[in-house]
Design a protein around this ligand. Structure first.
Ligand code: BG6
Length: 433
């Protein structure tokens, strides 16, 4: 019944329904403590489906949505009630069809300390015994190494790793998924992708809005735990890792994740000197972080951070990886910049002229794009080099396809239904990160 359900989970399930990706027989059952009936819950959810798919699909989708009020997330009696509901539905289906497998996907949009107790109660009262059971969980996975390890331990004592899908929605973004293809399907990039040619790598995330009344929650974590440790570090590992044996496919879920763990383990922990932090204050008529009433007075929580990483392996030793993230900045943008070195001898050959560095830019959002900043001769009589963009803008290059790029959650929920784990964070990867 919370924010994530309204903004992401239900709209994504609806999109999958409209596109025909959900199985023929399914139900979505909301489980929370708030008092709703099936009807009032459908009404609440109908608002968040607007514009997410053709209007004609809204009623058929909502007719598959139900609500089950529970006393608490770890209350087995409440889960038994849900189990009875689900079993009745499954028996009804099986009565009419040849298949007898019943799969259940549990999406935990609840506070992480509730993960293990809820999973325990579900295991006791509401697991399917005739198909798979999968569980989606989402950050924050603890606040530091100890609390994260404790969370992992408690969840691991109830569920097996192949049942757990740790979602990081950046892994479902089109351009983040594209990193694999860009890097490994273009031979002209391969020889450049290392310390011989790369001067530095910059991964940045900017938002043009502040916490705006949701600062209380943010304040417990700050920008480093909220965005950098997860979303940006995922991008960094995909940019820096070695080629996986194979990029996807149900049985190959571990190849990409193995490579991510390896590269993460080559990154020494940051020291204070590697980091600059900041907090936004009131400017241009917009409130500062401390003006948010939900933020504790005098909070020193960082809303901005710049960090410089090193990757101590043969490909990257000595190349700075710079990560920047901030709320309430001048624009909304997430991108990766691979900045290349200048060609050797350029200061003699092009004496007297500036030689800007080549850069490959991968824009994750808004408006997905890949462009290469390259030097050409300034058109006309002169031989002076000038910088220009070799530009692949998705909107103009793929007008139809780019309009239908699925939301990150939509893509990832589909992966869970298919049992494809490569775009989810494995336990050892989380620990290394
Ligand atoms: C979330 C963070 O994980 O990602 C938010 O908790 C942040 O603070 C959001 O705003 C950014 O996601 P996106 O998809 O809008 O870039």
């Amino acid at each position: 019944s919370g924010d994530l359900a309204k903004k992401k989970t239900y709209p994504s399930l609806f999109q999958l329904f409209c596109l025909g990706y959900l199985p023929e027989h399914f139900e979505v059952v909301g489980f929370a403590r708030s008092p709703y009936t099936d009807e009032s819950f459908r009404e609440k959810m109908s608002g968040c489906l607007e514009g997410k798919g053709p209007e004609k699909f809204v009623a058929p989708f909502l007719s598959k949505c139900f609500y089950n009020q529970g006393k608490a997330y770890d209350d087995t009696a409440s889960w038994e009630k849900l189990h009875v509901h689900a079993t009745a539905f499954e028996e009804g289906v099986n009565h009419h069809s040849a298949t007898s497998s019943c799969n259940r996907l549990f999406y935990f949009a609840i506070p992480p300390p509730q993960f293990a107790p809820s999973a325990q109660a579900i295991k006791f009262a509401a697991m399917s015994t005739a198909g798979w059971n999968r569980f989606i969980v989402e950050k924050p996975f603890g606040k530091d190494s100890e609390s994260s390890a404790e969370l992992a331990r408690s969840l691991g004592s109830v569920l097996t790793e192949d049942q757990v899908y740790r979602i990081d929605h950046y892994l479902g973004k089109e351009m983040v998924q594209n990193l694999m293809v860009l890097r490994f399907a273009n031979i002209f990039l391969s020889p450049l992708w290392n310390r011989d040619s790369v001067k530095c790598v910059i991964i940045s995330f900017k938002e043009n809005f502040g916490t705006e009344g949701r600062g209380g929650n943010f304040d417990e974590f700050g920008i480093i735990r909220d965005v950098m440790q997860n979303h940006l570090l995922q991008i960094l590992s995909l940019v820096a890792m070695e080629p996986p044996v194979c990029v996807s496919g149900g049985n190959h879920s571990n190849y990409v994740r193995d490579e991510k763990v390896k590269v993460l383990r080559c990154i020494p922990p940051l020291a204070l000197d590697d980091v600059i932090i900041g907090q936004y204050c009131a400017a241009n008529g917009k409130p500062g972080y401390l003006d948010d009433e939900t933020v504790p007075e005098g909070s020193k929580c960082p809303t901005y951070c710049l960090a410089q990483f090193q990757i101590n392996n043969s490909r990257w030793a000595g190349v700075p990886f710079i990560m920047k993230a901030g709320k309430a900045l001048n624009e909304r943008k997430a991108e990766v910049r691979i900045q290349l070195k200048c060609p050797p001898g350029h200061s003699t050959m092009f004496a007297g002229h500036d030689m800007p560095n080549n850069e490959l830019v991968i824009r994750v959002q808004p408006d997905e794009a890949v462009y290469m900043k390259m030097n050409v001769k300034m058109p006309g009589f002169r031989t002076q080099p000038m910088m220009t963009d070799m530009d692949l803008d998705y909107k103009s290059s793929f007008p139809e396809l780019s309009a239908t790029i699925p939301d990150a959650y939509t893509r990832l929920i589909l992966d869970v239904l298919r049992g494809e784990q490569s775009a989810f964070v494995r336990n050892d990867e989380l620990e290394a990160a």
